[in-house]
Design a protein around this ligand. Structure first.
Ligand SMILES: Cc1cc2nc3c(=O)[nH]c(=O)nc-3n(C[C@H](O)[C@H](O)[C@H](O)COP(=O)(O)OP(=O)(O)OC[C@H]3O[C@@H](n4cnc5c(N)ncnc54)[C@H](O)[C@@H]3O)c2cc1C
Length: 463
């Protein structure tokens, strides 16, 4: 296993990574980016074991219901790149059962890769979303054939790929990029049906980072995001060679969507778990700021907070149901329930904007105009700011200011905007979750109940 420092060292591998117009020689010392490295390194140190053959338990398949249940809070506490590593490994293992139907060699390569990744304690990020060009046009018919990642050359011991994968969480902070098709491919689109693992340092790979990281010199202004941010990567594959042993699908169009679908389940479960905690956090902030403003007994405020806490409870209920109704395979591996995972993730994301609206409505304009804590410390204006921010003898100005800073940082500043969009788009977007929910919903039972209600079948008569 690697220590945090060994992880930092492993990033100095010649990778080509860029940030705001510059190529970054060492992301582990680059201001802004190094926070993300430190988060990942911290989790390496937390799980490090010098025991020969030891592997990080977070990177293994959960065995049965109890392990799946315990795994989620452990993953939630870990950094996002450890999460994408777990999800990537689960994805290829899940998909291997399907692709076995077309080529058993893929299964052998996948098993060898997973084993090696666990033993070498590497981190992997998920490269699914292509540039996509004109959304209404199929990959094989795009004006620019590189709009979707595809194979452009075949060599004796591997393939060469070209294209770009966008919005890739933590791409510069892992060791391997798990590349997979973003959707099903049709006959004639064989070159686009490519799944493979590519080391970040491979010649031809370039990553451009973006981040919502706070740039304010006083971290007290960003209590939530200070030190806790992970850049997204615009990953370019400019004729990148991938050896056969790292190719897990090549040309079988009918299996192209198998990987993205398997990934969606784990990714949405992670999103659902995060949303459950965030929803409770928003309720807590709404209640605290209502109390600090003296309005917690007002009926319209109570109604909004009630709506928020019902939302939070239902998101958590979906998470609990997704785990409680998990599918356990013959060899004991537990997979979250598709219906509850997708319906819960959809609901959590679709209603998030309304929950934030309630919070802003309750809190007031000071969410975006509260002076910095350093202003409160200024000898000239500080005492006056504290006086006017206070709402009574029990509510100090600084306490209220800190609540406003937390609300702004979480919901109304750089991270807040990023989060609003990410909730909607991550895990393939709301549309993807609607499709999967429909696929697993028991429509026959619903129709039977409806027929019963109409007195036309043996269904239950609804009162
Ligand atoms: C912060 C962040 C992190 C992310 N992390 C990752 C990651 O780690 N790895 C990864 O692979 N992806 C990641 N994503 C990408 C995410 O999965 C996509 O944003 C999402 O799938 C939508 O794709 P898009 O952004 O290209 O939008 P579009 O595909 O352009 O979608 C925009 C809208 O158009 C609709 N639409 C698109 N095509 C069609 C069509 N043919 N017909 C009808 N309607 C259509 C969509 O349903 C949607 O409503 C991340 C996204 C964000 C914002």
């Amino acid at each position: 296993m690697l220590t945090g420092d060994q992880y930092r060292e492993s990033l100095r591998d010649g990778r080509l990574t860029y940030f705001e117009g510059r190529q970054i020689a060492d992301i582990s010392v680059e201001p802004v980016l190094r926070d993300a490295v430190d988060q990942v390194a911290g989790v390496y140190d937390k799980f490090y074991s010098a025991e020969p053959g030891a592997i990080n338990p977070l990177l293994t398949a959960p065995n049965g219901f109890e392990e799946l249940k315990d795994r989620l809070p452990a993953l939630h506490e870990a950094d996002i790149v450890t999460n994408t590593t777990f999800q990537s490994l689960m994805t290829v293992l899940t998909a291997s059962a399907k692709v076995a139907e077309t080529n058993g060699e893929y299964v052998e390569r996948i098993n060898a890769y997973v084993d090696e990744a666990q033993r070498n304690d590497i981190r992997i990020t998920e490269c699914i979303t292509d540039a996509k060009g004109n959304r209404a046009v199929a990959p094989g018919k795009q004006h620019d054939p590189d709009a979707y990642v595809h194979v452009v050359d075949r060599q004796r011991d591997g393939v060469v790929i070209r294209g770009a994968k966008l919005h890739i969480t933590g791409a510069s902070f892992g060791h391997d990029l798990m590349v997979m098709p973003t959707k099903n491919m049709k006959p004639g689109e064989e070159e686009y049906a490519i799944t493979c693992a590519v080391p970040v340092s491979t010649p031809g790979v370039r990553i451009v980072n973006t981040t919502y990281a706070p740039r304010h010199p006083d971290s007290r202004h960003f209590p939530h995001t200070d030190g806790h941010h992970m850049p997204d990567g615009f990953v370019i594959f400019d004729d990148v060679f991938v050896p056969h042993e790292r190719v897990f699908l090549d040309g079988e169009t009918g299996y192209a969507a198998v990987f993205a679908h398997a990934l969606g389940l784990w990714e949405r479960l992670g999103g659902l778990a995060a949303m459950a905690d965030q929803a409770d956090m928003l309720v807590g902030l709404a209640q605290l700021i209502a109390e600090a403003n003296g309005l917690s007994r007002e009926s319209h405020i109570k109604e909004k907070i009630s709506e928020m806490l019902i939302h939070a409870t239902l998101v958590r209920a979906a998470l609990e149901a997704a785990i409680a109704h998990c599918d356990v395979t013959a060899d004991g591996a537990a997979f979250p329930n598709e219906l509850y995972t997708n319906a819960g993730k959809y609901q959590g994301a679709a209603q998030y904007g309304l929950m934030v609206r309630h919070l802003h409505d309750i809190a007031g304009g000071a969410v975006v105009t509260t002076p910095a804590i350093s202003d409160l410390e200024n000898p000239d204006v500080g005492p006056l700011l504290r006086k006017y921010l206070s709402t009574g003898p029990e509510v100090e100005g600084e306490y209220r200011a800190k609540l406003f800073h937390a609300i702004r940082d979480l919901t109304a500043d750089s991270y807040g905007g990023w989060h609003l969009v990410t909730n909607i788009q991550s895990g393939g977007g709301l549309y993807a979750q609607r499709i999967v929910t429909r696929r697993y919903y028991d429509m026959d039972r619903a129709k039977q109940l409806a027929l019963g209600a109409a007195g036309m079948a043996d269904g239950h008569m609804l009162i």
